[in-house]
Design a protein around this ligand. Structure first.
Ligand code: DCP
Length: 577
């Protein structure tokens, strides 16, 4: 569930930059003869011409939509060029797009604190550079304003018979504007320049939203596309939210959105304004209630995080309809392919960015053959991550088997029992490397990193170890354990204004030989290291559990024995050596 962040005292200038029809642009750069032509990128499977995952603006003009398949797109736009996503190991290979996204980030990160939010989206905090500009070279003293800036859309600046560019110029250069608007005007000038730089360096166009916080900037960036920018002055926030359907905001989707609609009759975000904070808290709890109250007013204190590398690396694959996996062997086969890719990616992250992934997580989507109505989720499982694709594969296999047993309610360990009578189908499978940490400066090899951070008995990544079943935990809100964008942009969290890892986090403590998360004590019990529990994960726990974590899991304090006590022990059950 979303949590409110306190609004900062001083005005900030935040930009959200979103690439236009990104995969299509990447393909058009590779094949310039496709430029200006209707085009779309499709997934490699050939059913009905493949699934469209990115549609160029020329094709959109013909009515082509992402929800279509290739055959349908051809019907509405016979000249459309359908470009197949690169394939490796029988699945989509997004390296080309990921690298192209990194090129964009490299340009943008020069100007301010930069948070890469997805494969093609970036938040920028340009408060400092906008403030300097306002002091040294404010818009009102500019002799001329660049054409690109004049094409900006300023929300609330009504179009009338006058020249739109002239009105934008007047708004940008008002000397009677308040400080907030003046900062946004500087932001508009800075972002327009940045977008031009992105185009020059990468050949890609992008769109942008410029506002005082991430939430509003994100809403604005999609309002005028492609290759345009939209500014949200404070005075127009109410107008913007009044007509914004709740479902357009990602974190208001799902159960929360449905409940807002049915219980409170809220259709647009602005409808929330009629409810007091107390009333919203009564309905949705203290945190979410306050968060909703703030959202209704366009308030969101969430910071731009200063992160240009992905928080996690993941790869997955869906197996829809008749392609659902039905044997352990087929699952193992696909886990092998996924682990090979994941291995390549964590190795290259280690080499290029000196970052080490600590946790391997397996997610799957499944159903039971004789129980299609069942809502039971396939549990996500995690364990310490060992480098090398064979080890990843071995560990992922064990995680899968353990999850499958739990899913099917089977407690035996023989092969037949593990297979669960093959009474299940897997329709989505993914592996992710999370908890990625920078290696401390001066540490040059992964082995050294671990041998300095752990006692020798548990340090070596090379030593084989048995995976004990990890305790896996879906968020207490009951949200889906894993909402995966299979085959797409699994390496990114695409949340907006929401605490990171809200829906997908699994907590996993209690493995033997952890390579970093927690360590055996001299007496053979297990010691949790409180400061290594991801704080965003901690925040997702019920309040009483959070308190118990803080009380009981002090640094280096012995954990309770498995199964003893209530509360936290239910989630973090240590395994004795
Ligand atoms: N993508 C994907 N599968 C999806 C959605 C998106 O593989 N279901 C990929 C292809 C897109 C890229 O992610 O090019 C970025 O997604 P966006 O939603 O930002 O869409 P586009 O960039 O394609 O278009 P727009 O200009 O509307 O942002």
């Amino acid at each position: 569930m979303p949590v409110a962040h306190p609004e900062p005292q001083d005005a900030r200038v935040i930009a959200h930059i979103d690439m236009d029809c990104f995969y299509v642009q990447v393909e058009q750069r590779k094949q310039p003869e496709l430029r200006g032509k209707p085009a779309a990128v499709i997934q490699y499977n050939s059913w009905k011409g493949g699934a469209l995952i990115a549609v160029g603006y020329e094709a959109r003009a013909f009515g082509v939509k992402r929800s279509m398949r290739g055959d349908e797109a051809k019907k509405v736009c016979p000249d459309i060029q359908l470009i197949q996503v690169p394939v490796a190991r029988d699945k989509s290979d997004l390296t080309l797009y990921r690298d192209a996204g990194s090129e964009v980030v490299a340009v943008l990160a020069r100007k301010g604190r930069c948070e890469r939010a997805s494969i093609d989206e970036v938040y920028l905090d340009i408060t400092d550079v906008a403030t300097s500009m306002l002091l040294e070279n404010p818009p009102e003293v500019l002799e001329s304003v660049d054409e690109e800036v004049l094409k900006s859309h300023i929300l609330g600046v009504n179009k009338d018979d006058r020249d739109q560019k002239q009105m934008v110029k007047e708004w940008l250069c008002r000397n009677d504007a308040d400080n907030h608007d003046k900062l946004l005007a500087c932001g508009a000038i800075i972002v327009a320049k940045l977008r031009k730089e992105v185009l020059t360096v990468t050949e890609f166009t992008c769109s942008a939203g410029i506002a005082h916080n991430k939430m509003l900037a994100k809403l604005a960036s999609g309002m005028h596309k492609p290759a345009q920018q939209t500014v949200v002055p404070s005075a127009s926030i109410n107008e913007l939210l009044a007509s914004l359907p709740v479902k357009k905001m990602k974190q208001l989707g799902g159960k929360l959105g449905a409940s807002l609609e049915s219980d409170l009759g809220v259709h647009n975000v602005g409808d929330l304004l009629q409810f007091s904070e107390e009333k919203l808290q009564n309905h949705y709890g203290v945190n979410t209630g306050t968060w909703l109250w703030n959202v209704a007013r366009g308030m969101s204190g969430e910071e731009v995080k200063g992160r240009i590398l992905p928080k996690s690396q993941g790869c997955g694959k869906t197996f829809p309809g008749p392609r659902a996996l039905r044997t352990i062997e087929s699952v193992e086969h696909w886990l092998g392919a996924l682990c090979e890719e994941l291995s390549d990616r964590v190795e290259s992250d280690l080499k290029q960015n000196k970052r080490v992934a600590q946790t391997l997580t397996l997610h799957a989507r499944a159903y039971k053959v004789d129980d299609s109505e069942s809502q039971k989720k396939f549990p996500s499982k995690s364990c310490p991550l060992r480098y090398g694709s064979a080890k990843l594969h071995e560990d992922a296999r064990k995680l899968f088997e353990s999850a499958l047993r739990e899913y099917m309610g089977i407690y035996g360990t023989d092969k037949q029992a593990v297979a669960g009578g093959n009474n299940w189908r897997i329709i989505g499978l993914s592996v992710a490397a999370t908890n990625i940490l920078a290696t401390p400066q001066g540490v040059t090899s992964i082995t050294k990193f671990f041998s300095t951070s752990n006692p020798p008995s548990s340090s070596s990544l090379e030593c084989d170890r048995n995976i004990q079943e990890s305790i896996s935990f879906s968020t207490p809100s009951g949200c889906e354990a894993a909402t995966l964008d299979m085959d797409h942009t699994l390496d990114m969290d695409q949340e907006l204004g929401q605490p990171s890892s809200s829906n997908e986090e699994t907590i996993h403590l209690g493995d033997k030989d952890t390579g970093g998360l927690h360590q055996p004590s001299s007496s053979g019990g297990w010691v949790y290291k409180y400061d290594e529990i991801d704080s965003s994960v901690l925040k997702e726990l019920p309040l009483e559990i959070q308190e118990e974590v803080r009380r009981n899991l002090q640094p280096q304090k012995r954990a309770k024995k498995a199964g003893t006590g209530s509360g936290i022990a239910r989630y973090f059950t240590p395994i004795k050596k």
